[in-house]
Design a protein around this ligand. Structure first.
Ligand SMILES: C[S@@+](CC[C@H](N)C(=O)[O-])C[C@H]1O[C@@H](n2cnc3c(N)ncnc32)[C@H](O)[C@@H]1O
Length: 355
């Protein structure tokens, strides 16, 4: 399975493809992510500056622009720690990928453009008129690469935005690329992961005769407690202020829920999201935990409250053995931005049936 991904993040599709096809049967043709960094240059500026350069020089120049900002690409660091890829197959920015170089070399092309860009798409019509948006570059790469199948993921709001006009434009654009498309809203909680995370999935086939059906929901048999780590470092336990906030703001913070709410990029840093309450236990809670954490009353029980660990957040996105090499704040962001692997696995099995 030759795959290429953009907005690659921590490689949810790469992990899913390894599960379905086996790691050895996966070739990552390329991956791409800015690592949530920006440069103060337009696409035209960079195109002018790189005119006359060969492809390698051009990508090197673009990397230098990004690294010149002094910020590390944490997404790339995570990606390289977990997947088999070389620098030559990594791009910093989708806008500067020349898809013609990969024409007919990709079976599956995947991406979910950051959602802030679709408010712009909504005001326009046709592929050329979507220029300047990251969605445009995703669609442009489909026309250049001509993958057998593409998969596009986004938030459900894309369907309702601007009274449905945004989605209509997007659908028209996908149709104009000559692909047969299918769409569905799927919730991770219907595919084995105790997280209410509903997302829009669009699958497009180059073969217009393809008939595709999305996977059917399954009964959830797991809950949050099945995803918790056995040993948790003292730093994840809350002090008094955090404990008080989390135990008294049920709209922001939820405790010991069976199914967690959608993980978000910034959740654990403003006491937002899901937390774990534990009764004080002299065996489980060592001296470091007891010295640092606040022991308080929650619903009549005395105990401690802690954040989910980054490892737990990765597991709750379907990454069973994710190698984390970045600081916690980045790890939480990357987990919160990802697609749930288990949903992709089920979609891939269905794609496999029709290919
Ligand atoms: C919502 S996340 C998607 C993450 C991915 N779907 C995953 O499974 O982990 C959007 C990602 O797009 C990246 N991004 C934003 N602008 C980009 C650009 N111009 N080129 C490439 N990646 C970009 C961000 O760094 C972020 O990681």
């Amino acid at each position: 399975m030759r795959i290429a991904t953009v907005f690659s993040g921590i490689g949810s599709i790469e992990t899913a493809v390894s599960k379905v096809y086996g790691e050895k049967n996966q070739e990552i043709v390329f991956a791409c992510d800015t690592g949530e960094r920006e440069i103060n240059k337009t696409k035209e500026d960079v195109e002018n500056e790189t005119r006359g350069m060969n492809e390698k020089e051009k990508q090197k120049y673009i990397s230098t622009l990004y690294f010149g900002k002094g910020k590390r690409n944490f997404v790339k660091e995570s990606y390289f720690a977990n997947y088999n890829i070389s620098d030559d197959n990594w791009f910093e920015d989708i806008r500067f990928i020349n898809g013609n170089l990969f024409k007919n070399k990709v079976d599956l092309f995947v991406g979910g453009s950051p959602c802030q860009s679709f408010s712009v798409i909504g005001k326009r019509a046709g592929l050329e008129d979507a220029r300047g948006t990251l969605f445009y570059d995703f669609a442009r790469l489909i026309t250049e690469i001509k993958p057998k199948v593409f998969l596009y993921e986004n938030v459900p709001g894309m369907l309702s935005h601007d009274d449905g006009k945004t989605w209509k434009h997007i659908q028209d654009i996908f149709d104009s690329l000559g692909y047969k498309i299918f769409k569905a809203l799927l919730n991770a909680a219907d595919f084995g992961i105790p997280q209410n995370r509903k997302r829009l999935y669009v699958v497009g086939f180059k073969n217009k005769k393809t008939n595709f059906e999305f996977p059917k929901p399954k009964k959830l048999t797991t809950s949050l407690k099945d995803f918790l780590d056995e040993e948790v470092d003292a730093k994840y336990y809350l002090k008094e202020k955090g404990f008080e906030f989390v135990t008294t703001n049920p709209h922001r913070a939820r405790i010991n829920r069976k199914i967690i709410q959608t993980q978000k990029a910034n959740q654990q840093y403003n006491w937002n999201g899901d937390f774990v309450f534990e009764h004080l236990d002299k065996h489980k809670h060592d001296k470091a935990i007891q010295d640092g954490a606040y022991v308080g009353n929650y619903n009549g029980d005395m105990g401690l409250v802690r954040k989910l660990t980054p490892n737990e957040c990765f597991k709750l996105m379907g990454f069973k053995h994710f190698k984390n090499v970045v600081p916690d704040m980045q790890a939480y962001r990357q987990a919160g931005n990802s697609i749930v692997v288990d949903v992709l696995v089920e979609i891939l099995k269905k794609i496999n049936e029709v290919l």
